[in-house]
Design a protein around this ligand. Structure first.
Ligand SMILES: Nc1nc2c(ncn2[C@@H]2O[C@H](COP(=O)(O)OP(=O)(O)OP(=O)(O)O)[C@@H](O)[C@H]2O)c(=O)[nH]1
Ligand SMILES: [Mg+2]
Length: 447
């Protein structure tokens, strides 16, 4: 018999209310043992007293919710207990549950995995659920919700069913006349369909990783000469004193990370060591790390020192490229007149001391972040797993497109089957254990 699993659905620690969720065939029995009564009416919150079935000790009184399968979140019988969120209450209940026959604590993602196995949710929707719980900004949450609602799954399913529709007549023909060279007619009929699906997939793949970026967040490295005010700017944007600021050049050595919500987009800002000829070993290592992180970042903010204007910082100027937003700090010193141009680009003017120009800089950065992450109407690709599967589907379709007229039917059918399978792996149509392990291991316990 299937195990019945249980886990806290709410975060650990003290809270007003804590929810424990159970799923599996023993739920009704658990309810009877804990409350000495039958499960309440389905989906109706009902107050009950709970006792430890072994000792008879009172655990708490709280709401009991009974969701008989298959119309439940997991497709199995589900029981939810809403108790007072004290540590002792939770510990008492979890201990009592662990002692009951057929029960065990849930593995990470196991509730969602059961929902998937019982057809309550396709795989991309399950991933959307994990992302929604993890979302830190509004734009991330909207993307995850759309995926949870199935927009992405429907897109992939549609491609899959179109390819299946093209495969069916080929399969019929093969069954009808095995081992026969048939004229190219049949393949030529399906070619336009394959070409269209392939083009749609190409457009979806060619999204500059916007969906994946939004999911993972964007990294912006703040680079520049020593003393430009990089750490001051980071503190200003983070609204707390994360980085040490001193008038001494060469203050920052380690790379510091600050997470920000930039107009709904998740961003990690990196404070880095000032770029100059390093004086010692620690600083040299700091400069090496600064350069490395700048090279890996999605965007760079090059901050120059307005006290030493015009800028002659060769190390920084050499790193300016199309990913770089350029800004000059310390406008309060009054040395920055007219348009500021650095390495052929307009530079923003700001002062961390007076706050001048900071709003404008934030606008510039959010516009650049939006370019890299903005969500339009069509659902975006959100995971490397999906990208890899679509690419292998595309390769298979590409082989068919490149095949000559009159190609052997069986070869075309085989490639088409490969493409269908690859897409099926994304939504979980083709249930392969290794994918399920990979997908659900990312989840946390209780989900
Ligand atoms: N006048 C003025 N001084 C500033 C401004 N921003 C920062 N400073 C000063 O410039 C000095 C250096 O600032 P930091 O933020 O430590 O500069 P940094 O770029 O992080 O320097 P390193 O870590 O050494 O590379 C400090 O004395 C700051 O108070 C500004 O807008 N105007
Ligand atoms: Mg610094």
């Amino acid at each position: 018999m299937v195990d019945t699993i249980f886990a806290p659905a709410t975060a650990p620690g003290r809270s007003a209310i804590a929810v424990i969720r159970l799923s599996g065939p023993a739920c009704a029995d658990v309810c009877r043992r804990l409350t000495k009564r039958r499960p309440p009416a389905p989906r109706r919150a009902t107050l009950r007293h709970l006792r430890d079935p072994a000792s008879g000790q009172a655990i708490d009184h709280g709401l009991v919710l009974w969701f008989p399968g298959p119309a439940s979140a997991t497709g199995e019988d589900v029981l939810e207990l809403h108790l007072h969120g004290g540590r002792a209450v939770m510990a008492g209940l979890l201990l009592a549950l662990a002692d009951l026959p057929g029960l065990r604590p849930a593995d990470p993602g196991e509730f969602s995995r059961r929902a998937f196995l019982h057809g309550r949710m396709e795989l991309t929707a399950a991933e959307g659920l994990a992302d929604l719980v993890a979302a830190e900004t509004g734009a991330q949450a909207r993307q995850a919700l759309r995926q949870l609602d199935g927009a992405l799954g429907r897109l992939y399913e549609q491609w899959r069913s179109e390819l299946l529709g093209a495969l069916a007549p080929l399969e019929a023909e093969i069954d009808f006349a095995p081992d026969q060279e048939v004229p190219g007619g049949m393949v030529d009929v399906v070619r336009p369909v394959l070409a269209r699906v392939s083009a749609e997939m190409a457009a979806h793949l060619d999204d500059a990783r916007r969906g994946e970026r939004l999911r993972a967040g964007l990294t912006i490295a703040v680079i520049g000469p020593t003393n430009a005010g990089k750490s001051s700017l980071i503190n200003h944007l983070a609204q707390r004193d994360v980085a040490i600021v001193t008038p001494e050049p060469g203050t920052t050595r380690d790379v510091l990370e600050v997470h920000l919500d930039l107009a709904g987009y998740p961003v990690t800002l990196l404070d880095t060591a000032g770029l100059r000829e390093p004086l010692g070993g620690a600083e040299a290592e700091g400069v090496r790390r600064a350069r490395q992180r700048a090279a890996e970042a999605d965007l760079c903010l090059a901050l120059l020192d307005g006290a030493l204007w015009p800028a002659r910082d060769a190390e920084t100027l050499a790193l300016i490229d199309e990913r770089t937003v350029v800004a000059v700090n310390k406008s309060d010193l009054g040395r920055l007149d007219g348009d500021l141009v650095v390495a052929g680009r307009r530079a923003a003017r700001l002062s961390c001391r007076t706050g001048e120009g900071l709003d404008r800089l934030l606008e510039l950065l959010s516009a650049r972040a939006a370019e890299q992450m903005a969500v339009g109407e069509a659902p975006l690709l959100t995971r490397a797993r999906h990208r890899a599967a679509l690419q292998s589907a595309q390769e298979a379709l590409g082989r068919i497109a490149a095949s000559p007229s009159g190609v052997e039917l069986a070869l075309v059918a085989e490639d088409l089957r490969l493409a269908v399978r690859a897409i099926g792996r994304i939504t979980g149509r083709v249930g392969v254990e290794d994918i399920l392990d990979m997908v659900f291991s990312e989840f946390c316990i209780g989900k």
